[in-house]
Ligand binder design. Structure first.
Ligand SMILES: [Zn+2]
Length: 280
């Protein structure tokens, strides 16, 4: 167990034994009462006693033998590493104005990023990213920015696969990472991601433009101060005008993070830093 995992377990124990104890005990009592009632009414046989299961909930899509290759799906919020690495990610593009602005800043600073692309925007705005993706990694953000937590396995596969094909065709890079829109996940998201061999990538820090955007230096300080080794940082290259504060502040964030000793890497390179650590 790493030091970080030990610390996290200690904080869970503290929460359970300190102020949390009353809540936990209360939950346990309430929970047992409810469970007792459900059991008395027939735990699995009585359909009325069960809330309706969303179509997106089942994590196994078929009755028969089903085993994606690989037989597991990884989900990462960040990466455990002691190296001062951070992965900057952009969601929702490519879009006019925003995406070229992001690329200009990244080119100027000579740093890589990971773009989670929306398939139909890739088709429509292919010219915006032509010749500009060499240094960067790509990921799949579905065909039409769908909420995968509401979709069946088949619908999820469709939303992912159409985007996969568009991204590969336009950028020449085959995406291996999935970022579910809104960070929402269902069981079917995982089974579809497994079928396509995707690694699901969420984030551990995001630009909080609407809350910390005024004055702009507040957002810069928040990002520079909050990055830790292995952080996956979420930004957007489109959206409400509020979000421009993040792009405008990006050069200062890059300078600040470099001054703290951070190096910018793509998400695949960040994930490789964990793999390298666990092999060592
Ligand atoms: Zn999005």
């Amino acid at each position: 167990m790493t030091e970080r995992e030990k610390a996290s377990r200690r904080s869970i124990l503290r929460a359970l034994t300190a102020g949390g104890a009353g809540t936990v005990a209360g939950l346990a009592t309430g929970g047992l009462g409810t469970l007792g009632g459900v059991v008395a009414g027939g735990l699995l046989d009585d359909a009325d006693a069960m809330p309706e299961t969303p179509v997106s909930a089942p994590g196994v899509p078929t009755e028969g033998p089903w085993r994606p290759a690989p037989a597991h799906v990884d989900v990462s919020w960040a990466v455990d590493t002691s190296q001062k690495l951070v992965a900057l990610t952009f969601d929702d593009g490519p879009m006019p104005n925003w995406t070229p602005m992001a690329h200009d800043i990244l080119d100027e600073a000579k740093i890589p990023a990971t773009f989670f692309l929306v398939g139909q925007r890739v088709r429509k705005n292919a010219r915006l990213i032509h010749g500009r993706m060499d240094r960067h990694a790509v990921g799949n953000h579905t065909w039409g920015h769908s909420d995968l937590s509401r979709m069946t396995h088949e619908q999820s596969l469709q939303a992912m696969y159409r985007a996969h094909a568009a991204i590969f065709e336009v950028t020449g890079k085959e995406p291996q990472l999935l970022r579910p829109p809104f960070g929402n996940i269902g069981g079917a998201t995982l089974s579809a991601a497994g079928q396509l061999g995707y690694h699901v990538v969420l984030w551990s820090l995001k630009m909080r433009e609407a809350y910390l955007g005024h004055p702009p230096s507040r957002l810069v300080d928040y990002i520079v101060d909050s990055c830790e080794p292995g952080t996956i940082l979420l930004a957007h290259d489109t959206g409400h005008r509020d979000r421009l504060v993040a792009l405008r502040g990006l050069p200062a964030m890059i300078r600040g993070l470099r001054a703290r000793g951070f190096e910018f890497v793509t998400v695949p390179d960040l994930l490789a830093a964990t793999a390298a650590k666990s092999k060592a």
